[in-house]
Design a protein around this ligand. Sequence first.
Ligand code: PLP
Length: 409
Amino acid sequence: MSQLEQIFTSVRNEFPALTQKVHGKNLIYLDSGATTLKPKSVIDRITHFYSFETSNVHRGAHYLGDVATQAFESARNSVAQFLNARMPEEIVFVRGTTEGVNLVAHSWAMMNLKEGDEILITVMEHHGNIVPWQMVAEKVGAKVLAADILDNGELNIEDFKKKLSSKTKMVAFTGCSNVLGTNNDMKLLTKLAHEVGAKVLIDGAQVVSQAKVDVQDIDCDFFVFSAHKVFGPFGMGVVYGKKEILDGMSPYQGGGSMIAKVTVEKTTYNDVPFRFEAGTPHIEGAVGLHAAIDFVNRIGLDKIHSYEMDLLKYATEKLSAIPDVKIFGTSENKGPILSFNIKGAHHSDVGQILDQEGVAVRAGHHCTQPLMTRLGVPGTVRASFSVYNNHQDVDALVKAVVKAREMLL
Ligand code: PLP
């Protein structure tokens, strides 16, 4: 066993979910693209918060309130460091990637876009990075364009450049496709967008768990992600925004905490990031995210990346060798995501047979219907890998796919 495999064998033991059987078989969890399992350290941290630190934040007046506030703001600091933001004020807590995109669309874009302006996305986007832009575009009379992909699933840079113009006011793209696995060159796309004066939002949902993100180096204006895809809790997410841009934005929702002063006639707003955090926030979500970031940092993103790339390579070789299996997304630079179909079989049937074998994958359109249209399929089966998977999991996947092929063709 290599040193890396030894490290990740012990990491695997930190995930209680993997000790259970499903349909009488050991659980082989290959659906981390949908959500990662949670390590014990994250579960314990949330339990500890509820057991001993439960209190509301930013309301002072008593000891527990201070403890909770400190834990919440310390989580914000940890996220700022994780993304290499310049300061914690650039980190806004939201419910997830989807709410993050909606915040930027409904606050920044609604204020800054007008009739005739354009929003450039890519054809590989998740619906969470398509629909909010369409909603804004419809209201203000702007247009949403999508850059195409190449047949190997990479972004077609020439098409991206062709669709950029002085009309483009926002460029919103995914750091990593949740279907093709393609990692986009975030720095290059940001530079190209800035050259025409557009702002940039990166959907980081599939990126943060597998690659180091440095928002200052990338120079994006906004970066959003969900805690649950990086070993953290559900209902928690982050919008990173450059301070000077956030400062100029109006609140997305109104209520407690986001105000400076309220009279019956008029309200003045709090400073960022609180201006965008109306009401009682998801405090244990922030605290759990902090524990998740500690978990990632303890292992190291470089090690996580090497390990996951090894699994992806092994799985790609093994699956490609099965007759009738077609893989979608063969870019050189991929995240740990492997989408495929068995020619002549429906993806849902394949998914069901895999489930009976204890292998949890996702089968469907993966909230990327424009991409499915581009690929000419109604859906795919998607296996996605994380720190707790190993070669035996891949072998179990391959065995189950061979069985599905025999049953369905
Ligand atoms: N963007 C990408 C690339 C995703 O994979 C997902 C979730 O699958 C989302 C956005 C939406 O994330 P959430 O449902 O956590 O808001």
